[in-house]
Design a protein around this ligand. Sequence first.
Ligand code: FES
Ligand code: FES
Length: 215
Amino acid sequence: MTKIRIEVNGQPVDTDVAPTTLLVELLRGPLAMTGTHQGCDTAQCGACTVLLDGQAVKSCSMLALQAQGRRVTTVEGLAHGDRPHPLQEAFMACHGLQCGFCTPGMLVRSYRLLIDNPNPSEDEIRAGISGNLCRCTGYQNIVKAILAAAAEGIETAADGSYAISRMSAAASRRRTIERPRPLPAGAGVSGVSALTTWASQTFSNSVRGFWLVAI
Ligand code: FES
Ligand code: FES
């Protein structure tokens, strides 16, 4: 085992990892960041996407050791306490998810996409999320959600932290720079995020809705 220190959602974390531990395994296991999903384990589905020093990476395709000294942002880092991130709200409002399995990766990937391109076209969004697979939605409402979030505005911070702020066009000249919210004090790395709760609730609602339709 090797001791490493990484920053996870703004909070320093010291942990021991085996040489073969994948970053996604570290996040979902010892760090209890279960918002990051593990699908294919072969760098194809994108469900495990996180930000590493601000760049979207598939956390199944790198070793935890490679994250030593680096900054990791998971989907849990997007929400602000109980308040979903505007991008998450857009996914809810536009029905950009069904089973929700791809959703954490889609959110993190589209978060980075909007930083690189605050006003993407539909084609640019489809190209930008092409590394993230969704088996349910047909992508239509995911694209709508990202377009809706883009219409709300985006801001980047000079230090490489990022946030998208909900804002009206009139307010766009006085944009607020926000960092992804750190884990609450005392929660360590075992807290379940607002997004996880939201995703679970949304999943439950989706299942409930499915049965209502089926019945
Ligand atoms: S689990 Fe990492 S890309 Fe599928
Ligand atoms: S895999 Fe995308 S919502 Fe189910």
